[in-house]
Design a protein around this ligand. Structure first.
Ligand code: ATP
Length: 261
């Protein structure tokens, strides 16, 4: 039995007086595909941002692939991991955001080669070779010389996925990657994610409001509400036989809004 690749233990995240994550614990096994669902404001994005070292925590421990993300001193003062650690963590984890966040003044190819060249010191020729393979995988090789402004939202998001893969992360985080897209562009992005899920052994955490996709994609679904995991289980169990009243109410609302579950 292998060890969890992510261990989150009793973490608390506060913004001023607002507690966003409330003693939350979870473990993720290597290669697992996880969907994080729940109402707006329940803390799903926050947990991804914490893993990506974009946010600090107020209490608790996090371990990713055997490395502690945060250290706690004896006086319970949390100190973030040092620069070396954060650097390491960013190589282990790739993240794709809702709003693409491509570098607007760089072409598609440069968007994908930048991180490997800067952080890994990869030579341009090797970085470009790898970038073209990734762009080919997401169906964007013919747009390598295009600028982001010339692309549709779906195309930008596929480039963002290629860019996140460029450092060969063990873990990929997807934060509502289709919710800023026109409906007809959603499927092309979901198809890329389906392929990644089917063809790689990467650990993948997905925050989504696309319940139909979460159902097909995930090995396990976590239902978040008010900074806690209220229920978790196999997609078939959570979507068809939710046990908790809060999960049932959330899914009723989603179905009433016309979404497939
Ligand atoms: N930088 C910040 N400063 C203050 N409050 C914040 C900040 N970032 C997030 N929050 C608050 O933290 C809570 C959790 O936000 P989070 O984005 O994690 O929720 P979510 O479950 O991902 O919601 P959604 O589905 O709408 O994206 C919300 O109440 C949000 O307003």
């Amino acid at each position: 039995m292998s060890e969890p690749i992510i261990r989150i233990d009793n973490i608390v995240k506060k913004y001023g007086p607002l507690t966003v994550l409330d003693k939350l614990s979870m473990e993720v096994m290597p290669g697992e595909k996880l969907a994080l669902i729940g109402p707006s404001g329940s803390g799903k994005t926050t947990i991804l941002r914490i893993l990506m070292t974009l946010e600090r925590i107020s209490d608790g421990f996090i371990e990713v692939d055997g490395e502690h993300l945060y250290h706690m001193k004896k006086d319970r003062q949390l100190v973030p991991a040092d620069e070396r650690h954060l650097h390491l963590m960013r190589e282990k984890i790739g993240m794709v955001f809702q709003h693409f966040n491509l570098f607007p003044h760089k072409c598609v190819l440069d968007n994908v080669t930048l991180a490997p060249m800067l952080t890994k010191g990869m030579a341009r020729a090797a970085a470009e070779k790898r970038a073209m393979e990734l762009l080919d995988m997401v169906g964007m090789a013919d747009k390598a010389k295009s600028m982001p402004a010339q692309l549709s939202g779906g195309q930008k998001q596929r480039v963002a996925i290629a860019r996140a893969l460029a450092l060969s992360p063990k873990i990929m985080l997807f934060d509502e990657v289709t919710s800023a897209l026109d409906p007809e562009l959603v499927e092309e992005v979901l198809n890329v994610m389906r392929r990644l899920a089917d063809e790689t052994d990467m650990t993948m955490l997905l925050v989504t409001h696309e319940m139909g996709f979460a159902h097909d994609f995930a090995d396990r679904v976590l239902f978040f509400d008010r900074g806690k995991i209220v229920e978790e289980g196999k997609p078939g169990d959570i979507f068809r036989h939710p046990k908790q009243e809060r999960t049932q109410a959330f899914l009723r609302k989603i179905i009433a809004a016309g979404h497939r579950v």
